[in-house]
Design a protein around this ligand. Structure first.
Ligand code: ATP
Ligand code: MG
Length: 346
């Protein structure tokens, strides 16, 4: 009864609490928040100064009194206090939007979490969400949410394969009858690719790069296989010379960056191959027929889909709007209580 009443006065929301980006879906309204998972706080007072893109702009550029923090690492909460502050900020923001009824921030929340998450980590996410004002918090595994959000039929007696590659984790799953038959969570994804570029610059050119700069290089020229027009692209890595300490910029080609990314990409591809190998034989023909669906920001790396298809001999397609699949899946689950009961993990 109280729950129903509170429901009238608060928005039910789905949250994709990602390592790189947090997205919030509000029931009946769609995706209203899409911000980097970054918070800046005052070191001494712990006061939150900025959240989201404003905070991201400060990463690596803060004076000693201010700290820009990414509260999630490798897909899980590494800084509990800051994560809670961030969730609180987003829940509050949603409830301050103009609406027909006054809203109080006591929502039901469905959160997507990595499938490899331990029970301690699970509890940390639920506690952070409840402390942030949620009256009920449900967790669903990200690959399940991504598959639902990508429009795949997860409840049929049919194998469906999804690979969600974000910032901190790559999640690989085979789903059938509303459950995950195979699931693998790999702590190698977009962040790791950035680190690979930082290491390449250091080892090959004695150049110290920031991770944000590395990410920009990845956007500009990163790829998994050669792509059309790559020779025309002119990209410079700008950083500091490790020997002289002075600014330096080095021109790089798409081939250089491919070389830098190759080892990490292979690890993801090998994990997908392992998952296919472990898939029960009855489900393999389904996967051959429907293919592998890719979601998450890193699925947009140029020609990753082509390389995966070549290596696995299974058709691969990138989902529509790959970066919003998880949050859309959380939203769809909010609207379908039967489905929620089936797929929630806590
Ligand atoms: N066009 C692109 N090419 C390559 N990488 C990209 C592109 N667009 C985004 N990315 C990468 O995708 C990652 C962010 O993706 P996403 O928002 O799906 O991650 P997340 O959900 O926050 O992380 P996780 O699911 O691991 O917790 C970043 O590492 C970003 O650099
Ligand atoms: Mg994600």
């Amino acid at each position: 009864m109280i729950d129903k009443l509170l429901g009238l006065f608060s928005h039910d929301i789905g949250i994709d609490l990602g390592t790189a980006n947090t997205l919030v879906y509000v029931k009946g309204r769609g995706i209203l928040i899409r911000e980097p998972s970054v918070v800046t706080i005052h070191k001494k007072t712990k006061e939150v100064l900025a959240v989201g893109s404003e905070a991201k702009r400060m990463l690596g550029k803060t004076p000693s009194t201010i700290e820009a923090i990414r509260p999630l690492r490798d897909g899980v909460i590494s800084d509990f206090y800051v994560a809670q502050k961030m969730i609180e900020y987003f829940i509050k923001m949603v409830h301050e939007l103009p609406s027909r009824f006054p809203k109080i921030p006591r929502p039901r929340v469905v959160l997507g979490v990595p499938s490899g998450i331990t029970s301690v980590e699970r509890k940390a996410v639920i506690d952070a969400t409840r402390n942030a004002g949620a009256r009920l918090a449900y967790l669903i595994e990200e690959p399940m949410a991504a598959a639902i959000g990508a429009g795949l039929s997860v409840q049929e007696p049919r194998g469906t394969m999804i690979v969600d590659m974000g910032g901190g984790t790559s999640e690989i799953a085979v789903i059938s009858l509303g459950g995950m038959v195979i699931s693998k969570s790999l702590r190698i994804a977009g962040d790791e690719l950035d680190v690979a570029i930082v290491n390449y610059a250091k080892n090959k050119h004695n150049l110290l790069l920031g991770e944000r700069t590395a990410e920009e290089v990845k956007f500009a020229i990163g790829s998994a296989m050669p792509f059309d027009g790559e020779d025309q692209l002119e990209v410079y890595m700008r950083g500091r010379d490790l020997r002289s300490g002075l600014p330096k910029s080095i021109r790089v080609t798409a081939g250089d960056i491919r070389e830098a990314l190759e080892a990490s990409i292979s690890l993801i591809i090998d994990a997908v191959k392992d998952a296919i190998e472990e898939t029960p034989p009855e489900l393999v023909p389904d996967i051959l027929r429907t293919g592998i669906t890719l979601a998450g920001g890193t699925s947009q790396l140029r020609n990753f889909d082509k390389l995966l298809q070549k290596e696995t001999q299974v058709p691969v397609q990138v989902a529509k709007e790959p970066m919003t699949c998880v949050v859309r899946g959380c939203g769809m689950v909010l609207d379908d209580l039967d489905l929620l009961q089936r797929v929630k993990i806590a």
